[in-house]
Design a protein around this ligand. Structure first.
Ligand code: PLP
Length: 402
């Protein structure tokens, strides 16, 4: 066995090749051909080596000639990426992010009824943006820092609906660089305020969607020699969820002793749900994956419709896409706050609505269901206020429990 970090190979690997090799490794639960080396240089099965490295294995079986023996993922240290600090002592606020994983997986016992049990993965427990996007901001930053050095990144520019911006601003501040965030017109005032509090310069556009700003931000990056991490196309976005989010969810499922029937989550860049779909469809036979998007004509901060352009979802199989309105998402936030005592964000509200719709359509039978809730609800107080004002009285409870 060789430490992955000591080995190198010159051949690159593209997204499609990575995804098909990752699918093969995850479905088999290991590898059945050796990585052939000459010293520290990989000379055979280079793409397999690159894929294992991206998946986060620590050690790789190497050989000086081809040998075919099966080596399980566990033996290669696949799960060693997830190392929570039991007593929650962290060396700095960067460690507070990745040594605090897994984010909680909690049974929503008051909205689970009969034999349909709902589990929520609470990404709002990430420390910087209080969202799943901390993972992405951190990993994209880490990848460029590996190339340029952590303290030397200068200006970063990004199109963001708040959360990725907050995450990049947080890590940039730690390493003395600076973010200029380009936000669409639909971002909440609180989101903009938070970006400013985190020290980002903010440019608000008249366009409604983050994807509509990508070309402009690319051009600005080119002119000003700034770094555009570009969450929409940067494979680090997809890879971080394969390497950490999905992997930790498998460990949590094992601890909970459940075999989930389906995982439901929102689609924005499609980074997290594409990775979760690839991972779980490879490792858990029969599991279903559903994506939630805004209904046509609706804007729900953080998620958007597939036809607006997403990268990874097109490489992956999912079982269905559910459309949700903003009002339904807000009703779900209030419902979850009142039944479960936690405040979730707009896209999380949409995910819960998506789950209810699947149940209503008779698509979900008894069993365990996992809902990925991407962020905390504090950024959406304006939406909540407007909604409560509009009904001008105490909110009526949602329909009776499903
Ligand atoms: N929900 C919120 C609140 C988000 O900020 C995002 C992404 O920005 C998403 C959902 C969608 O996540 P992804 O980009 O991984 O599809």
């Amino acid at each position: 066995m060789q430490d992955v970090e000591n080995l190198y190979c010159e051949e690159g690997i593209d997204t499609q090749e990575f995804i098909s090799l990752a699918r093969e490794i995850l479905s088999r639960g290991g590898i059945d051909r050796a990585i052939v080396v000459d010293g520290y240089r990989v000379i055979e099965n280079c793409k397999l080596f690159q894929t294992l490295k991206k998946l986060g294995v620590r050690r790789i079986p190497v050989s000086r000639g081809i040998e075919n023996t099966f080596v399980p993922l566990e033996v290669m240290g696949f799960f060693e990426d997830i190392q929570p600090s039991i007593y929650r002592v962290f060396r700095d606020t960067e460690e507070l992010l990745y040594k605090n994983w897994p984010t909680p997986l909690v049974k929503l016992s008051r909205v689970s009824i009969d034999d349909r049990v709902v589990w929520a993965k609470l990404e709002g427990f990430n420390p910087w943006s209080m969202s799943i996007k901390d993972r992405v901001g951190w990993y994209m930053y880490r990848k460029v820092a590996e190339a340029y050095g952590r303290r030397n990144l200068g200006l970063l520019v990004e199109s963001t609906s708040t959360n990725t911006g907050l995450a990049i601003a947080a890590i940039a501040n730690m390493y003395l660089s600076k973010l200029r965030a380009y936000i669409p017109s639909t971002v909440s005032q609180t989101g903009e305020l938070m970006l400013k509090v985190f020290g980002a310069d903010v440019v608000r556009s008249t366009k409604q969607l983050t994807v509509e700003l990508i070309d402009e931000v690319n051009e600005i990056a080119r002119k000003e020699k700034a770094i555009h991490l570009n969450q929409f196309y940067n494979d680090a976005n997809f890879e971080v969820h394969l390497r950490y989010t999905a992997k930790e969810l498998e460990l949590q499922i094992r601890e909970a002793g459940i075999a989930p029937r389906a995982i439901i989550g929102g689609l924005g860049t499609s980074g997290h749900m594409s990775a979760i779909a690839l991972y779980f469809k490879s490792r858990f036979r029969g599991i279903k994956i559903y994506g939630v998007v805004p209904r046509e004509g609706t804007i729900i901060q953080g998620i958007r419709r597939i036809e607006s352009g997403m990268k990874w979802i097109h490489y992956i199989d999912i079982d269905g896409v559910i459309e949700v309105s903003l009002e339904e998402a807000i009703q779900s936030i209030i419902h979850i706050a009142r039944r479960e005592g936690i405040l979730i964000g707009l896209s999380s509200g949409a995910v819960y609505t998506g789950y209810r719709k699947l149940v209503e359509n008779g698509e979900l039978n008894e069993g365990d269901y996992i809902l990925v809730f991407p962020d905390h609800g504090y950024k959406y107080t304006e939406h909540l206020q407007r909604y409560l004002n509009s009904i001008n009285s105490n909110i009526k409870p949602m329909d009776s429990e499903i």
